[in-house]
Design a protein around this ligand. Structure first.
Ligand code: KG4
Ligand code: ZN
Length: 326
C-alpha cells in the first residue's frame, strides 16, 4: 500500500511516499529556517504563506523521486494537529483536495503519532507495545504505546517542552534560531561547571519541569558578562542537567510500566549527547536517525498506513486543530 504523507504543522513543508508503513520511497522537505532566521523564531503568518507557495512543488518532487504518479497512491495522510493553525490548514486543505480529486482515502494524523512512527521506518522489527518519550519543540511527554496509533499518557512537561527550553536558552546565549542544534554544538566545547536546579517534582512523578532551569540560565547570563568559553560551559551545564533529568525519569517510567522497549522521538532526539547519556539504559532503546527525528512527511505516511489498516478514514469535513490531543 502506497501512502502519500504530508506535513506542514510548523516550519517545514514536507511530503513523502511510503510503502506499507515501513519503506520510504521518497521524502522531500522544504525548510523555512532561512525565512524565519531574521526574526529569531517562526512567524506563523510567514510560515503559512511559504507552505502555500511550496506545497505543490514539494508533493510533485516526492512523486517524481519515487517514480510514481498520483494515480498510483492508495491514500493521503496529513498532519491534522497539533501545530500552528495557519500552516496546518495549508497541508490539510491540500490533502483534502487531492483525496477528493483522486477519490482516494484521507487519513488524519496526530503529529506525535507521526514522530513515533518515524521509528517504524528506521526499525522494521519494532512493534508495539513500547514506552515512548517524545521530546520536540511543543511536547515532552511519556506515552505507553499500546498498539499502532494507540497511546496512554503517563506524564509530560508542566511548563516548557524540552525543545522549547533549548530554543530559549539559545536565545539567552545569543545563538541563532533554530536553537537546539546550536546549543548542542557549543556545548561540545564547554564543561558542565555551572550548578543548575534539578526539578524532579514529586516522587514517582513522570512529569517534567524545565522552566526553572531555563530561568537559572537566564539569571546567570544576566549577572555575568559571559565569555565565549563561559557560554559554552553554560550550554553544557544546561544540556547535562536536562538530560540527567530525562535519564532519571526514563528509568522511573521503565520501572513503573515494566516495559523493556523504549523509543525516543521528536527533534531533541537528534541530539548526540542525549544518545550517549542513554547508552546504558536497561532497555532496548530505539532512536531514529537524525534525518527523521525532526519534522518530515515520511513519518506521517508511516502513521497513515496503520490508520489505513484499521479503516480509519477521515471525512472531508475534517478540520485542523492547533491543540489536538493524542
Ligand atoms: O520535532 P520537531 O522538529 O518539531 C516539533 O514538533 O516541535 O522539534 C523541533 C525542536 C526544536 O525546539 C529544536 O530546537 C529541537 O527540536 N532540536 C534540538 C536538536 N535538534 C532539534 N534540541 C536539542 N538538540 C538538538 N540537536
Ligand atoms: Zn515535530
Amino acid at each position: 500500500m502506497l501512502i502519500l504523507g504530508i506535513e506542514t504543522s510548523c516550519d517545514e513543508t514536507a511530503a513523502a511516499l511510503v510503502e506499507n508503513g515501513r519503506k520510504v520511497l521518497s521524502s522531500v522537505i522544504h525548510s523555512q529556517i532561512a525565512i524565519h532566521q531574521p526574526y529569531g523564531g517562526v512567524v506563523p503568518e510567514i510560515a503559512s504563506r511559504s507552505h502555500v507557495e511550496r506545497i505543490d512543488g514539494v508533493v510533485a518532487m516526492a512523486l517524481r523521486e519515487a517514480g510514481k504518479s498520483l494515480e498510483e497512491i492508495d491514500g493521503v495522510a496529513v498532519t491534522q494537529g497539533p501545530g500552528l493553525i495557519g500552516p496546518l490548514l495549508v497541508g490539510l486543505n491540500y490533502a483534502k483536495g487531492l483525496s477528493y480529486g483522486l477519490n482516494k482515502p484521507l487519513y488524519a494524523i496526530h503529529h506525535l503519532d507521526g514522530h513515533v512512527a518515524a521509528n517504524y521506518l528506521a526499525f522494521p522489527e519494532l512493534e508495539p507495545p513500547f514506552l515512548a518519550l517524545i521530546l520536540s519543540g511543543g511536547h515532552s511527554h511519556f506515552y505507553l504505546t499500546e498498539d499502532y496509533g494507540q497511546y496512554k499518557l503517563l506524564g509530560g512537561t508542566r511548563d516548557d517542552a524540552l525543545g522549547e527550553a533549548f530554543d530559549k536558552v539559545a536565545r539567552i546565549l545569543g545563538l541563532a534560531y533554530p536553537g537546539g542544534p546550536r546549543v548542542e554544538e557549543i556545548a561540545k566545547r564547554g564543561q558542565g561547571v555551572f550548578a543548575l536546579p534539578k526539578a524532579m517534582l514529586e516522587k514517582g512523578s513522570l512529569d517534567f519541569s524545565f522552566s526553572g532551569i531555563k530561568s537559572a540560565v537566564k539569571n546567570l547570563a544576566d549577572k555575568l558578562e559571559l565569555s565565549e568559553k563561559e557560554k559554552a560551559d553554560l550550554a553544557a551545564s544546561f544540556q547535562e542537567r536536562v538530560f540527567s533529568i530525562v535519564r532519571d525519569k526514563l528509568l522511573e517510567a521503565l520501572e513503573q510500566t515494566g516495559q523493556k522497549k523504549l523509543i525516543i522521538a521528536g527533534g531533541v532526539a537528534s541530539n548526540q549527547r542525549l544518545r550517549q547519556v542513554l547508552k546504558d539504559i536497561p532497555a532496548q532503546v530505539f532512536i531514529p536517525p537524525l534525518s527523521i527525528c525532526t519534522d518530515n512527511g515520511a513519518m506521517i505516511g508511516a502513521a497513515g498506513y496503520y490508520k489505513a489498516l484499521k479503516g480509519d478514514i477521515a471525512p472531508l469535513s475534517l478540520n485542523a486543530k492547533a491543540n489536538l490531543p493524542l
